[in-house]
Design a protein. Structure first.
Length: 245
């Protein structure tokens, strides 16, 4: 169970059911999005009970519930997991492993100044190019045909940022040429901003930091994809996490 805001700024709750058949085959079923004006623990509890009732399922048969670490979901006093455990103590709360992985990367990056600066630079650079259709088409004229499109940084899933970092590394010289061209041709604030990016991209700390980030993110993305597999076991997840560390 997770909550998020959609493109129309409406709060929506997504719920998936994980279960096994008599032959112990694991299945995961997405039940749908449920719009709500509030995301406090009591509202989440009402929604979860309503969904189970609609599917004619009893909370007493629940043996696990998985959320992120937000206080309304994971709080041990009044959080959703606490309310469920009060009804069915056998239901074990699990902090989403993929969410924990992303939080660990976010915390790690915040403690490495060079890497944090490099990621902020990439974010500003990507936004600078993508925020203008003219600049996006301008940059495309510098690219090879098989290099793909410039991807934005995912704001929440840090492991998915590997695609954006890889794109920047693969198009390093193209980006430098594009920025120089914009700086020479555009006399507006955009031209002045474009002239500042190359100075940072050409530093050793930036390039080295991006290389290190890519090496770590590429491995973590493989782990993140595995952690989302419906057939993943706890022992396998533990082995893969230990292999990454």
């Amino acid at each position: 169970m997770d909550e998020t805001t959609d493109a129309t700024c409406k709060e929506q709750v997504s719920i998936c059911l994980r279960y096994v058949t008599q032959s112990l085959q694991v299945h995961e079923t997405f039940t749908g999005f449920y719009e709500t004006a509030s995301t406090n623990a009591s509202t989440m509890f009402v929604i979860s009970k309503d969904v189970l009732t609609r599917f004619e399922l009893q909370l007493l048969n629940c043996r696990g519930h998985c959320f992120d670490g937000a206080s309304n979901m994971a709080g041990n006093i009044t959080g959703l997991q606490k309310r469920i455990c009060e009804v069915e103590p056998k239901a074990i709360f699990v902090h989403c492993m993929n969410h924990s992985l992303n939080l660990s990367f976010q915390d790690t990056m915040s403690h490495i100044p060079h890497c944090q600066d490099a990621m902020n630079l990439i974010k500003d650079l990507i936004n600078f190019v993508r925020d203008s259709p003219k600049r996006l088409a301008w940059f495309a004229s510098f690219q090879d045909h098989d290099t793909g499109a410039l991807r934005p940084l995912c704001p929440t899933r840090w492991t998915m940022r590997v695609s954006a970092v890889k794109f920047v590394l693969d198009n390093y010289s193209e980006l430098l040429s594009f920025l120089q061209d914009v700086s020479d041709a555009d006399r507006s604030d955009a031209g002045s901003k474009a002239s500042g990016f190359p100075r940072q991209l050409l530093t050793f700390s930036t390039f080295c930091s991006l290389k290190m980030i890519y090496e770590q993110f590429s491995r973590s993305e493989s782990l993140a994809r595995t952690l989302q597999s419906p057939k993943l076991s706890l022992s396998k997840a533990e082995r893969m996490v230990n292999a990454l560390t």
